[in-house]
Design a protein around this ligand. Structure first.
Ligand SMILES: [Zn+2]
Length: 152
């Protein structure tokens, strides 16, 4: 059986999932007790990647149950770079937080030094400062990610 059948909440090729009053007695995919005529029924129909069509039905409560199970097995993950509203919250220890703050200060000073090097025409110095910046960025990746302002 393919994933799309065993996980009805993940039906990429599905025609859809819908609910209605059962027109006839069905069998629940979850429990699997009969679904009586005239009671709430959740149905789904679709086509497997192999091209076979199928239909599934559940008791409303059973469908909610299997959805909750599916969601528990696939926890909500906040995508990096999309922290949502407000400041991104980093999952850092106190020490890592201090490290991050120190690096931010250091990087800002590095910017001043770079501008100074450019003003004085010290290109070798500039290159070494740029290398230092790249090392800071690498370190920052383990400390909650490189701030966007560093990439400009
Ligand atoms: Zn059921």
């Amino acid at each position: 059986m393919t994933n799309s059948i065993t996980n009805p909440t993940n039906l990429k090729t599905s025609f859809g999932t819908w609910g209605r009053w059962a027109k006839r007695v069905g069998i629940c995919k979850e429990c699997p007790e009969p679904i009586e005529k005239g009671t709430e029924i959740i149905m789904s129909a679709g086509r497997t990647p192999e091209g076979y069509s199928y239909r599934n039905s559940w008791h409303l409560e059973c469908w909610v149950k299997q959805l909750r199970r599916y969601l528990a097995e696939h926890p909500y993950i906040i995508k990096p770079g999309h922290p949502g509203k407000g400041r991104p919250s980093f999952n850092l220890t106190g020490e890592q937080r201090l490290c991050r703050r120190a690096l931010i200060t250091k990087f800002s000073r590095l910017g001043d030094k770079k501008r100074e090097a450019v003003d004085l025409g010290l290109m070798v110095k500039l290159e070494s400062l740029q290398q230092e910046g790249r090392e800071m960025m690498a370190a920052m990746k383990d400390l909650g990610g490189v701030p966007k302002s560093w990439l400009m």
